[in-house]
Ligand binder design. Structure first.
Ligand SMILES: *Cc1c(COP(=O)(O)O)cnc(C)c1O
Length: 413
């Protein structure tokens, strides 16, 4: 607990950290303390090397050549799809659609599934959603007359499950909820949420942009119809994410975008579409990015994932314990079993100013609304600061964070 996270036989954070070249740089003359991984994570050599290696050694367009480079690249691209399926415990690689990120994956489902939405159909989201899991559903409200219903968040940062049960009904078509909040760190009971939604006849989409990295993204145990995540928060490149869907749920979705690769035949008067996942991958996909994501997942699999999560939690607990009883600090979100995200406000100082002063000490934290304006409103905030812990952070980082925070507060006091 308060002694931080030591090196154990199961996980050595110092060895993991050494694989991230960027983490040895300085910022404002101080060693970098990177605590903004919930916004985007840094990349290990395994990913950097795979990207460089592909560009230097074997690259061509996928699925359309008979030549060696096209075949090699197609193999690497499809192997990445297998890696994603393993990460999520999906039944098969055909359950995985590559997208350019978490946002695009949710938009894919919203606009495709949304074609069957009738005026008055209800979509349930929660107050803790990222804008990416709100605005695509708002578009269905504006365009098709869907009604948005909101699961309230309780004071501790957990979902009001009793209120959720009361929102479900015969008009509920979709429940779209985050696995783990990017602000509160709350890990939601997504299997229970799914079970209740299915009992009401609704589809379920889980936003796993944080959960795929910092929780247990087992889609079969969760039972959801759709699960989305993004590569750049999982130590992979930007420009890549994935949508998992059950075979039945994907088969029921009409095409999202039109173009090459997503068709079976194209004639003057008619077109037929390829089966999932290719039906949803129009045009040249983000080939290098997908291969880089595959490398990130394969690299992550080299760690004991449970030990990594325990390490992240220990860092959170260490920082939290050092700040216990500090009367100028308000911590937002302390739900049971939450992930390693520490969001806070400081009395008498704006979160942006706190973050800027902390940067002078080399400590990178985020400040603002964190793309979750309804949640900020729920807690009566116009902004907050956030420190998010990842596998490469150490107890020295957690201490540097607390020390910089105390100095920043003194600066404004
Ligand atoms: C980052 C994030 C998103 C958006 O994903 P992008 O791939 O960056 O578009 C959505 N939901 C949550 C919870 C996130 O943390």
């Amino acid at each position: 607990m308060a002694d931080g996270s030591p090196v154990t036989a199961r996980f050595d954070p110092y060895a993991a950290r050494a694989q991230f070249p960027i983490l040895s740089r300085t910022v404002n003359g101080k060693p970098l303390v990177y605590l903004d991984s919930a916004a985007s994570a840094q990349k290990p050599r395994a990913v950097i090397g795979t990207l460089t290696g592909a560009m230097e050694g074997s690259y061509a367009n996928v699925h359309r050549g008979l030549h060696t480079l096209a075949n090699e690249t197609t193999e690497a691209f499809e192997a990445a799809r297998e890696s994603v399926a393993r990460l999520l415990n999906a039944p098969a690689a055909s359950n995985i659609v590559f997208t350019k990120g978490g946002t695009e994956a949710i938009n894919l489902v919203a606009s495709s599934f949304g074609q069957s939405i009738q005026p008055g159909d209800e979509i349930i989201v929660s107050e803790m959603e990222h804008h990416s899991n709100i605005v695509p559903w708002h578009l269905l409200r504006e365009r098709r007359g869907a009604v948005l219903k909101w699961i309230p968040v309780l004071d501790d940062g957990s979902l009001d499950m009793a209120a959720y049960a009361g929102l479900l009904g015969p008009k509920t078509r979709m429940v779209a909820v985050t696995h783990m909040s990017n602000v509160l760190g709350t890990i939601n009971p997504v299997a229970e949420i799914t079970r209740l939604a299915h009992a009401a006849g609704a589809r379920v989409l889980i936003d796993g942009c944080q959960g795929a990295v910092h929780a247990r993204p087992d889609v079969q145990a969760i039972g959801c119809d759709f699960y989305v995540f993004t590569g750049h928060k999982l130590y992979g490149p930007t420009g890549i994410g994935a949508l998992y869907g059950t075979a039945e749920a994907l088969e029921a979705l009409p095409p999202y975008q039109g173009g090459g690769e997503m068709i079976e035949t194209v004639e003057r008067e008619r077109v037929t579409y390829a089966s999932p996942p290719h039906r949803f991958e129009a045009g040249t996909p983000p080939i290098l990015e997908a291969i880089g994501l595959g490398a990130a997942i394969d690299w992550l699999e080299g760690f004991d994932r449970e030990a990594v999560l325990a390490h992240e939690h220990a860092l959170y607990d260490h920082a939290r314990a050092r700040l216990e009883g500090v009367n100028w600090l308000r911590v937002i979100g302390e739900a049971e079993g939450k992930g390693a995200i520490l969001t806070f406000t400081v009395d008498g100082a704006h979160a942006h100013d706190i973050a800027q002063v902390m940067d002078r000490y080399g400590v990178a934290v985020r400040a603002g609304l964190h793309c979750a304006e309804p949640l900020a409103k729920r807690f009566g905030l116009t902004s907050s600061a956030r420190a998010s812990f990842a596998l490469y952070n150490t107890v020295e980082d957690a201490d540097a964070f607390v020390d910089a925070l105390i100095k920043a507060r003194e600066f404004f006091a």
